[in-house]
Write a protein that binds this ligand. Structure first.
Ligand code: HEC
Length: 114
């Protein structure tokens, strides 16, 4: 990712919007802040019981699988729901209730669990 931004900057031919898209944390400093938290996967496992009712390892229908997604992707998605950048009534309600430590712990847990 970092290399991509660097290359993009050096090529000089891209717009700032493209550079921002290359690194989500530039759009939302909150994502970088949460990624910097030393996350506790055990706490994440404890909190995850609320999530796995829907996000089972083999979810059905419109529910996406979140097991084994990259940690930064999960943090990014939850921040996007929290700030309303990504809209989905259930996930917005859930994400708005979560604190930064909780998001960090959940992202660590789900990124590691199969
Ligand atoms: C009532 C069911 C339900 C519960 C409970 C739930 N989710 Fe979700 N979640 C969904 C649905 C449906 C979507 C897809 C929404 C959309 O289309 O944006 C989703 C999307 C997501 C995404 C984005 C996935 C992607 O592929 O982009 C993440 C990350 C996520 N949920 C995490 C969580 C976490 C963490 C919890 C527990 C704190 C949780 N969810 C609890 C139903 C649920």
């Amino acid at each position: 990712m970092r290399g991509g931004v660097f290359t993009a900057l050096c090529s000089g031919a891209v717009t700032s919007a493209q550079i921002v898209l290359a690194d989500q944390s530039l759009v939302h400093p909150e994502i970088a802040e949460i990624m910097a938290i030393e996350a506790d996967a055990d706490y994440g496992a404890y909190l995850a019981s609320e999530c796995t009712a829907c996000h089972s390892p083999n979810p059905q229908g419109a529910i996406p699988q979140i097991h084994m997604l990259p940690e930064s992707y999960i943090v990014g998605a939850l921040v996007d729901y929290r700030i309303g950048e990504r809209q989905h009534q259930v996930m917005e309600t859930i994400a708005k209730r979560l604190g930064e430590e909780e998001i960090a712990a959940l992202a660590k847990y789900f990124s590691e669990v199969e």
